[in-house]
Design a protein. Structure first.
Length: 297
């Protein structure tokens, strides 16, 4: 079987096609390689020059191995855009494998536009609902929560009125009246050191909204992605240092703090980067506007 170990050095686009065929993927063509490069699944090859004319451009051994990984993962996803999380995860966590120029194209591919960006927003809304929704939340409250967060995730601006509606929708799923109205209690999920409350969930949704809006506007450049990656790595270093204690305090939510598998790291790379990018943008905006900043009406 043709595997990663079979690749020993860089190769031309013809070598990449041969790699795919040898690994059991006969449908891979030169045209498809070019399409995957444009989408950021693979990086652009390095041009080679000689005294007369030029040799075919070369892809690094790392990119040749990435192609095999992508071909394997392609069997597990329905849309090609979902494959963009593979190079994103490698760029986010491991240096020297995926350059930022490739990650930038992969990022745009993963977020997408139109129906694709709406799917990303809806998937995020459903995942958040699963994480914070109370078991006695009504179907109506759940549907409203998903609708509002999907709209915000798809680029709708957060106004003062919209934030109030968002806050109400989050409270309805986290603290249903049948359980919390009479008691006056406030629900906080997770450990005491980092509780997830209605307000923190709203802050998270606002961060996702800002990051998606900026991406759809074409304003997420390589420098901004690099700053988001640095912020993510710094926050993860702090988190990993505290994970044991957080899990011990989390009770029935302790599973949230277990070590993710490699597959989960690939599957969550886009959403993790989306949140960190949004938080970075909000922090930068707040710092630039000063204490008098406000959400537009």
């Amino acid at each position: 079987m043709y595997t990663w170990e079979s690749i020993s050095g860089p190769g031309t686009i013809d070598d990449l096609v041969a790699d795919a065929h040898a690994a059991g993927y006969p449908d891979m063509t030169v045209r498809r390689i070019h399409d995957w490069i444009a989408k950021g699944l693979l990086d652009q090859p390095r041009l080679r020059t000689r005294r007369r004319g030029s040799d075919k451009a070369e892809h690094s051994a790392t990119q040749r191995r990435l192609l095999l990984l992508l071909l394997d993962k392609r069997q597990q996803v329905q849309q090609l855009s979902a494959l963009a999380q593979v190079p994103l995860a490698m760029w986010l966590w491991w240096d020297g494998y995926v350059p930022t120029r490739q990650a930038q194209r992969a990022w745009v591919t993963w977020v997408g536009r139109g129906r694709r960006s709406q799917e990303v927003a809806r998937e995020g809304a459903l995942g958040l609902l699963e994480q914070v929704g109370h078991q006695l939340t009504t179907p109506t409250a759940r549907a409203r929560f998903v609708r509002i967060i999907t709209e915000l995730g798809n680029g709708k601006a957060v106004t003062v009125r919209g934030r109030a509606e968002l806050l109400d929708a989050v409270r309805d799923v986290m603290e249903p009246d049948t359980v919390f109205a009479a008691s006056g209690l406030v629900r906080a999920l997770g450990p005491a050191q980092a509780p997830m409350t209605v307000e923190t969930v709203v802050d998270r949704v606002e961060a996702l909204n800002v990051a998606l809006s900026r991406t759809l506007d074409g304003k997420v450049d390589a420098a901004l992605l690099e700053r988001a990656k640095a912020a993510h790595r710094a926050s993860m270093a702090d988190y990993l240092a505290q994970r044991g204690g957080l899990a011990a305090e989390a009770g029935q939510l302790a599973d949230l703090f277990r070590e993710p598998s490699l597959q989960e790291q690939f599957d969550e790379a886009g959403r993790q980067l989306l949140f960190v990018l949004g938080m970075h943008l909000i922090h930068r905006r707040t710092r630039a506007q000063g204490p008098s900043s406000a959400i537009p009406v």
